[in-house]
Design a protein around this ligand. Structure first.
Ligand SMILES: [Zn+2]
Ligand SMILES: [Zn+2]
Length: 115
């Protein structure tokens, strides 16, 4: 369970942001902890927070992929013809390619006309 998250604020409370007088719509904090210590945000403030994270916190696509547990990138598969298959669908695509690959099936060098 996440220790900190954005969760709906069903109460009529003001936004905690300085100089913002809109009604709060979101709590920021531990959903299991006391709401009195959670931060309250209106729609606009919550959105601007999510839309403008500091660069250090911005999840880059590479970092995100590296931190995803349990889903390692499958080994790339290389065909004898030189084509390389990568990604989650590599195995299926490779198997399909093997059936139609001229190099694997010997269609590329039909010199003797043996068929
Ligand atoms: Zn606000
Ligand atoms: Zn091939």
């Amino acid at each position: 369970m996440a220790k900190n998250s954005l969760f709906p604020c069903p109460f009529a409370l003001p936004c905690d942001t300085f100089n913002c007088s809109q009604p709060a719509r979101w709590f920021v904090g531990n959903p299991d902890g006391p709401l009195s210590v959670a931060w309250k945000l209106c729609d606009d403030c919550a959105r601007s927070l999510l839309d403008n994270p500091p660069k250090e916190l911005h999840p880059g696509p590479r970092q995100e992929a590296a931190e995803t547990p349990g889903t390692p990138d499958p080994e790339p598969l290389a065909c004898t013809c030189g084509r390389i298959f990568t990604g989650v669908t590599a195995k299926a695509t490779f198997a399909r390619h093997q059936k139609v690959c001229p190099t694997v099936n010997g269609w590329a060098k039909q010199s003797e006309g043996e068929s």
